[in-house]
Design a protein around this ligand. Sequence first.
Ligand SMILES: Nc1ncnc2c1ncn2[C@@H]1O[C@H](COP(=O)(O)OP(=O)(O)O)[C@@H](O)[C@H]1O
Ligand SMILES: [Mg+2]
Length: 377
Amino acid sequence: MARLQIDAISKTYGADYAVREVSLDIADGEFMVLLGPSGCGKSTLLRMIAGLEEPSSGRILLDGTDITEVAPQRRDLAMVFQSYALYPHLTVAKNIGFPLRARRRPRAHIAERVAAVAKTLELSALLDRRPGALSGGQRQRVALARAMVRDPGAFLMDEPLSNLDAKLRSATRAELIALHRRLGATFLYVTHDQVEAMTMATRIALLDAGRIEQVGTPEELYDRPRTAFVAGFLGSPPMNLFPAVVSWRAGGLRVLSDGIDAALDITADSGDDSAVLAGIRPEHLRIDSDASALRGRVTMVENLGSEELVHAAVGKHILCARAPRPAGVRVGEDVGFRVAPAHIHLFHPDSGLRLTWQEQSTRRPGALPAGAQAVSS
Ligand SMILES: Nc1ncnc2c1ncn2[C@@H]1O[C@H](COP(=O)(O)OP(=O)(O)O)[C@@H](O)[C@H]1O
Ligand SMILES: [Mg+2]
């Protein structure tokens, strides 16, 4: 059992916040991923949970018990680092058993645990080797085995796959997902890689500049980003984001910008204009030569093998559309795009918060069409 509660944790270095008032409730057995750009505070947060860094303020609870002041080795947590930090002069077996020897467990118990964990991670044949004679993926598995040998309530991992090549990274991702299922333990996993986060997480906490931008399932963050930052961070290529105006036209609301005039899925009788930041994912821009809402000129076509990315100048914007190959357009050609109203995201131009539109019936006549209301999540 390991439920981790992070309660308003902050860490300052001088006047700068590395982590700012972060609260997070991680349920027993979750695979929670801390995701965010380099320098956003992920490692600092994880190290505070592990006890390797002292918080400036806030509390950490493990199964309801305050462990903020508890020494790292007395927390029921195991940490796996990006660099495997294996002892080069010790065999794989000795490396794996190290945490148990440090705790002076009986020899027979250590041998039994090492054998069991090695079997789980398919390391049994490598127990007599030294780390120097292992591949990167094998070393990573030894580091994992060393973390598992104590049977901790929760695993803390800081970018454990970032030293592996692409193929091995994807194989190890699958292994970690299977391992999580099998162990049923709580995983708290740090990465800046959105693919790792999307594929492995039961929930993602997306951080920016020391703060949490959004916590939710991968689908929630991708489909309903709470802020423009989340919208722009998740997705490759990223969401097209552009300043626009929401305006009432002949019974419906439309999103207008240079070269763009697209219907929104909102009905309104009348209203004033509202400035917004509009967003459309590349996969939601459909190429259609008859489309009139968005028209532009193709500036680049990228062949990804199964798909093509079509970049087009629409007014002063460059938009990117993702289409099955062949997309059937060439550089320099005029092109039209369609987008379903439900696939247009709108954000407040200053706060970046996702906007929702009030139901027509609840609005006063003549009020802002938008009643532009920031969703609180
Ligand atoms: N020991 C330290 N002294 C001063 N600043 C630090 C220290 N450790 C981290 N920082 C700063 O805190 C911020 C967050 O760092 P970190 O947690 O390592 O980010 P991430 O793991 O997301 O890349 C960065 O701006 C970093 O420069
Ligand atoms: Mg880091």
